[in-house]
Design a protein around this ligand. Structure first.
Ligand SMILES: C[C@H](N)CC(=O)CC(=O)O
Ligand SMILES: [Zn+2]
Length: 304
């Protein structure tokens, strides 16, 4: 893996997994998403990973009209690199999921590197009362939920977004996803430097044990050599522990309320910026510097 001096912090601001009744701090409206994203960038996030939600119900939406209500404001207020989701919600079709990234031509788009069971139902143990009916449904339906990302789905997104100079945050939820990515490299459909985002602790993918992190890293080193930049995200209570482990191994990190609602055991994070600040403290403890947005662009070969 290429030598690197600094760590890129990505902040995933709202996502499509958590629902408003789970935390009053989850940004929902375009105004809340803007404010939270800008504060996260000011706290040190070089990349902002963005989803949209219905302003009334908080339900995930890929409607470009809703993205238009926060994207220009965020771009105006910060130099952070914008990463638009193509995962949307696992309940959506690929066509629906990829629309905003194709339309808005961001510097980065997330790209999920394989199909998988997507178990959200364990959150029903902790979250029992919901303002909106769709929230419980969203969790209960996940007993039968397959997050569909076939080879042709992935190629469709790679080709459509790649044509706009958009690069990818390749989300690998399991070892097989790394091999899928390698296959796209071998077929010349995607070029390096690759940005590999290892996802730990989503039920249906790899767990969050330190051995899982080591296994992902060793396999990525073997498959991609110097041709990739490694980053990690830990779902839920795994977030900061996995960030610490990966940072001490030269990895980049992702935090944000999309991936975890918590700042500590049983303590809800009151903002995305709080998680970014905690990640910065963690890195400072390891004497590791944080990359600026332009340094991240350099490291990832972004179009700027
Ligand atoms: C675990 C994360 N929700 C992965 C994610 O961010 C997917 C996407 O937006 O494409
Ligand atoms: Zn996402």
């Amino acid at each position: 893996m290429a030598s690197r001096k600094k760590v890129i912090i990505t902040c995933a601001v709202t996502g499509a997994i958590h629902t408003p009744s789970m935390s009053e701090y989850l940004p929902v409206t375009p105004e809340e998403i803007t404010e939270s994203a800008v504060a996260a960038a000011e706290a040190g996030a070089a990349i902002l990973h963005l989803h949209a939600r219905d302003p009334e119900t908080g339900r995930p939406t890929q409607d470009p009209k809703v993205f238009e209500r926060f994207l220009p404001n965020i771009k105006q207020a910060t130099n952070a690199a914008i990463n638009l989701t193509t995962g949307g919600s696992p309940h959506m079709s690929v066509e629906e999921r990829m629309r905003p990234a194709v339309l808005f031509k961001p510097e980065i788009a997330s790209l999920n590197m394989g199909s998988m069971n997507f178990g959200l139902f364990p959150m029903l143990e902790r979250h029992t009362s919901f303002k909106h009916a769709w929230e419980r449904e969203h969790l209960e339906k996940s007993f039968d939920l397959v997050f569909k990302n076939t080879f042709s789905d992935i190629e469709k997104i790679m080709t459509a977004c790649g044509a706009n100079g958009t690069r990818f945050e390749c989300e690998c939820y399991d070892i097989s996803h790394l091999y899928n990515l390698r296959n796209f490299v071998d077929r010349g459909i995607i070029e390096g430097p690759l940005f590999v985002q290892s996802v730990f602790g989503i039920l249906g993918g790899i767990g969050g044990h330190p051995e899982d992190v080591l296994h992902m890293r060793r396999t990525a080193d073997r498959l991609f050599g110097d041709g990739y930049r490694w980053s990690v995200l830990g779902a839920g209570s795994n977030q900061m522990r996995i960030a610490a482990q990966a940072a001490s191994m030269g990895g980049n990190i992702r935090v944000g309320l999309e991936d975890s609602l918590w700042i500590g055991p049983g303590a809800l994070a009151q903002s995305n910026a709080d998680q970014v600040s905690k990640a910065r403290e963690l890195l400072a403890g390891l004497s590791i510097d944080v990359a600026t947005p332009d340094e991240a662009r350099e490291m990832l070969g972004l179009k700027g």
